[in-house]
Design a protein around this ligand. Sequence first.
Ligand code: SF4
Length: 264
Amino acid sequence: MKLTEVKASTALNPSKLPGLDYALNPYRGCSHGCVYCYSSDVLRMDNWQDWGNFVEVRKNIPVLLAKQKKKISGVIGMGTVTDPYQQAEDKSRITRYCLEQLATSKSSTTVQTKSDLIIRDIDILQRMKNVEVIFTINTMDEIIARKIEPGAPSPQRRLEALRQLSEAGIKTWVFLGPIIPQINDSSDSLKKVVRQVKDAGAGKIMYDRLRLKPNLEERLRMLFGYEKANQIFRLANDKEWYDNISIEMKILCDDAGLGVERAF
Ligand code: SF4
């Protein structure tokens, strides 16, 4: 993993995501290296083949945030582009320093992650007035998770972290996305996620389809082979397939007593 320290010019960027006013991303690059990731497109980086192997640590972000937070209010989304609790955070603690700033701001915060490292910061999260933690959990199958999210903590570790946060009184919900045809779209797979995140205390699930971004087809071919990747791509484009997934998610979540939303 190539780590580089860089200076950011701003901590907060306006966000176009629904429900968010600002985006806060302490890292550029992400060690989780998910096969379906399109953050390199969002960041307009052309070295997507190397995604997962380099991270820029935006070291001065907490200092910038300390100034910027006084001038704004609204909802800040932490981790809209890259995971704020990826491996580098263990030592650099930039996300923790940012949370310290946000704990004394007028803003609300959402933190999205796939990492149980967030447990380290429960003490700050409990002090924050308006905070939500969103865990991305796409499957409970460890082998599939290792294949599609090779650098991220296992689903079981995420589930345990979700449980601890919920028990600590922190509002949590789960992002189940992307649902990839023939990989994590079976009834059994969806049911396991719904049941287990409900038991761990999540308040709702938001689910999402596979976003067919540039370079994705090539990445899928490298991982699953030509034929399987073509099948995935064909189904991911199929409106009926996703409509059926939506019906299934609604039934599963209603049965479990869990809120459900389709992503924008
Ligand atoms: S955790 Fe998010 S940002 Fe990181 S590689 Fe996976 S999809 Fe991309």
